[in-house]
Ligand binder design. Structure first.
Ligand code: BES
Ligand code: ZN
Ligand code: ZN
Length: 482
């Protein structure tokens, strides 16, 4: 699918023209459809209307104008593109002005391109007969507003870069776990870095041992696929302290000796979605040439049961010297993140943010409608909330009250890796906080519910990895660029 922008009054009508309509704002005379009210999510197909810009029209309901958001533009564009595909239309013209509401033409154009691109993703490289390519070859943004030309072009270019990052993240995460091993993840990051002007350093098992990263060593000790620790950095000269992003990279989570039930265990290949988000976000940050130092850290390994696997009851010592009693080997994400968060100390971060498919409890709380946010800093939490709203990757904050620490105090070590009872998402956050205590501004994102689409209708994401985090991190870093 090619994305084009057309500013002239079109001479050739397109096969299909998508027109946005707000609720209660009657579509123009020639577009009036009897039963169409403009409610959000409603669509109406008007064949053979022979307008100047289109042979056929597709009305898309945008809901109440006061409640309009950028995400509704994204979803409207996604809906239009899907409809065009199902109708086997080759060329879709998107009447930008009708979809803009009070947003600038630039903002609306970026959102439309993101929506069309994100909905159009497919992962079918393992089908021996891939399904035939969609017939939609062109998505044309159409507007007579020549004054906004440069703003529109710039934001379309940005949306293309961001979408490419999301695609990259989805590709990493959708790979099966026999292919996407820690070694392969590190190799993918290295290749991406060399193509996108990032520096990349990869630590292997010997280095991880030398550094005494007891969390990564403990989790990976039952696996024949050895761990890696990935360090990505953009090449920006700045006197300011860096933003450090950390992503959980468990390439498969069986639970270890505290083994998970076998039904749906295949989904645990997505346990590296945090890692994939960080790697994809680094690609975007590099390609947008954001003038902020950003560092991405990814601890990656498998969590397998075997004769050499760690046991419930084991006590490990993490990179910062804190001891952890491993009461449940399935609470492994926090163990590898502990080392990575402690490792971040050497970069003296301005802010430190981790992202992880950490707790089933978070998915139980928010379903796929928000990621859990926990933070030690109000300004950082505020920026993440704003970035979440703007990008459409919403977050909701949970508290990290000191009293919660009582729930993870261990009998025989400093901390235990599971809660005594309840508050599964928050106590996981409290655990991580112990390893991020070198930085005053730290935040944790739990994406257990938002990282993949189990098959429900989601305009912006087909089944599988959603690529959550890439767009949120992009916005967050952009906020520090100004
Ligand atoms: N990767 C899982 C979290 C998860 C579970 C994500 C289900 C998405 C869906 C994590 O490693 C895990 O197993 N967490 C346990 C923690 C528990 C043992 C304290 C969980 O949430 O059950
Ligand atoms: Zn687990
Ligand atoms: Zn896990």
């Amino acid at each position: 699918m090619k994305i084009t922008i057309s500013f002239s009054k079109a001479t050739q009508p397109a096969d299909l023209l998508a027109v946005g309509c707000f609720e209660g704002h009657k579509p123009s005379q020639d577009l009036s459809a009897k039963k169409f009210s403009g409610k959000y999510g409603e669509t109406a197909y008007l064949p053979s209307i022979s307008l100047r810009a289109g042979k056929n029209a597709l009305l898309i309901g945008l809901g109440k104008k006061e409640k309009f958001t950028l995400d509704k533009i994204r979803c409207a564009a996604a809906r239009a593109a899907c409809y065009a595909k199902s109708m086997k239309v080759e060329e879709l013209r998107f009447d930008l002005e009708s979809f803009s509401g009070d947003f600038s033409a630039g903002e609306a154009a970026g959102a439309a391109v993101e929506g069309a691109r994100l909905s159009n993703y497919r992962f079918d490289r393992y089908k021996s007969k891939p399904s035939p390519a969609s017939s939609l070859t062109e998505f044309e943004l159409y507007t007579p507003k020549t004054s906004a030309q440069s703003a529109i072009k710039k934001s379309v270019r940005e949306a293309e870069i961001v979408s490419e990052g999301v695609y990259f993240t989805r590709d990493l995460a959708n790979e099966p776990p026999n292919v996407m091993t820690p070694e392969k993840l590190a190799e993918s990051a290295r290749q991406m870095a060399s193509k996108n002007n990032l520096s990349c350093q990869i630590l292997g098992p010997a280095e991880i041992k030398r550094l005494k990263m007891g969390g990564i060593l403990g989790v990976s000790q039952g696996s024949v696929n050895p761990p890696r620790f990935i360090i990505l950095q953009n090449k920006v000269k700045s006197s300011k302290k860096p933003i450090v992003l950390v992503g959980k990279g468990i390439t498969f989570d069986t639970g270890g000796i505290s083994i998970k039930p076998s039904g749906d265990m295949d989904k645990m290949k997505f346990d590296m979605c945090g890692a994939a988000a960080v790697i994809g976000a680094m690609k975007v940050v590099a390609n947008l040439k954001l003038p902020v130092k950003v560092i991405g850290l990814v601890p990656t390994c498998e969590n397998m049961p075997s004769g050499s696997a760690q046991r419930p009851g084991d006590i490990i010592t993490c990179l910062n010297g804190k001891t952890v009693e491993v009461l449940n080997t399935d609470a492994e994400g926090r163990l590898i993140l502990a080392d990575a968060l402690a490792y971040a100390k050497r970069f003296n971060p301005r802010v430190l943010v981790d992202i992880a498919t950490l707790t089933g409890a978070c998915a139980a709380t928010f379903a796929d409608l928000a990621s859990g946010l926990m933070s030690t800093d109000e300004d950082l939490a505020g920026r993440i909330k704003e970035a979440g709203e703007a990008s459409g990757e919403r977050v909701w904050e949970l508290p990290l009250w000191d009293e919660y620490f009582d729930l993870i105090k261990a009998t025989y070590a400093d901390i235990q890796n599971i809660s005594k009872k309840y508050a599964g998402t928050i106590t996981a956050g409290m655990f991580l906080k112990e390893f991020a205590d070198h930085t005053s501004a730290w935040a944790h994102l739990d994406i257990a519910g938002t990282a993949w689409n189990e098959g429900g209708p989601k305009p912006l994401s087909p089944i599988g990895a959603t690529g959550i985090g890439v767009r949120l991190f992009t916005r967050l870093v952009q906020g520090y660029s100004r």
